[in-house]
Unconditional design. Structure first.
Length: 306
């Protein structure tokens, strides 16, 4: 079964007419009819309903719908194969993946590891930035081909693909006895460690508390530190509880527990970002398809959200 015939059938399904498919595929209508008849003969199934009224849009049979799904999958796989072969024989250049501080903790190493296992012939290195916003400067300057960031830019020069939902979780010292789930009112009485001024998690905490009729002034703040790692370290030392990004929690972090605040949902997304004005190489296209695939998203979520 030729890929050209599959492309014609996909065009028939999209245009819902033989004439429309003929225009899209730059073929004559008799040629399209012949290709369709050949596919039906090869599969032994009627793929399209024939109706007496010529102006009635064509409808796929149930067999045609099944065939269409496989035809589209085959077309996608063929395109990926061509891109990977092109990337394999393209002059080898190192792909650089920029990342904000939080993403650098676990997401950047994990994504890099997964990609290297699947495409060992394409060199990929990660590069950490001082902040998530700095990732966009690196992209603009050509310092990286893609970036991992939770910061949403104000300009449309950048493309964004939501890569990982990254909730904030409350980490609690093992010396503090709490149930697995607490309420926001119970949170107010706990010794709390806050992040630095200007960080997204503190801004989000303030907004959510206000929605519930509270303020950060009601919190029992015992310490304010810089970064997720400092919050985790202080919690491990038994100094108090604090919110950190779930993606920053490592498998070896066992000196504290995670507690759910039932009526206080804090979350963000980590995005795969790129500079729209920069044309991608075949290797970069291969990385994008891999990073944005549902399979990779599932693998990253399993690794990051413990």
């Amino acid at each position: 079964m030729r890929s050209e015939a599959l492309a014609v059938f996909i065009a028939i399904a999209q245009c819902r007419s033989l004439a429309g498919a003929a225009r899209v595929c730059h073929l004559s209508q008799p040629a399209v009819s012949s290709i369709l008849a050949g596919l039906e003969e090869e599969t032994g199934c009627r793929l399209v309903e024939r109706k007496s009224r010529q102006r009635t849009p064509l409808e796929l049979t149930r067999s045609g719908e099944i065939f269409l799904a496989y035809a589209q999958s085959a077309q996608t796989l063929e395109q990926q194969m061509r891109e990977e072969l092109s990337a394999l024989h393209e002059q080898q250049t190192t792909l650089i993946l920029g990342s904000g501080p939080t993403s650098s903790a676990l997401l950047l190493p994990r994504l890099t590891q997964l990609f290297r296992r699947r495409f060992p012939h394409i060199p990929l290195v990660g590069k950490a930035c001082p902040s998530s916003a700095d990732v966009y400067d690196l992209l603009t300057q050509g310092g990286c081909c893609f970036g991992l960031t939770s910061y949403l830019p104000q300009e449309d020069r950048f493309g964004l693909h939501p890569l990982l939902r990254d909730p904030f979780v409350l980490v609690v010292p093992r010396s503090i006895s709490l149930p697995r789930t607490i309420s926001c009112r119970e949170l107010l009485s706990l010794p709390l460690i806050l992040r630095e001024e200007g960080c997204y998690s503190l801004q989000l905490l303030r907004e959510k508390l206000e929605e519930l009729g509270h303020s950060t002034g009601e919190l029992n703040v015992v310490l304010q530190v810089f970064g997720n790692s400092a919050v985790k370290q202080a919690a491990a030392m038994g100094m108090g509880c604090g919110f950190v990004a779930a993606s920053s929690i490592l498998p070896e972090d066992r000196s504290f527990r995670q507690v759910v605040v039932s009526d206080l949902t804090l979350e963000r997304w980590i995005y795969l970002a790129w500079y729209r004005q920069r044309e991608r190489t075949a290797q970069e296209e291969t990385f994008f398809r891999f990073a944005s695939s549902p399979t990779t998203a599932k693998a990253l979520s399993t690794a990051s959200l413990k």
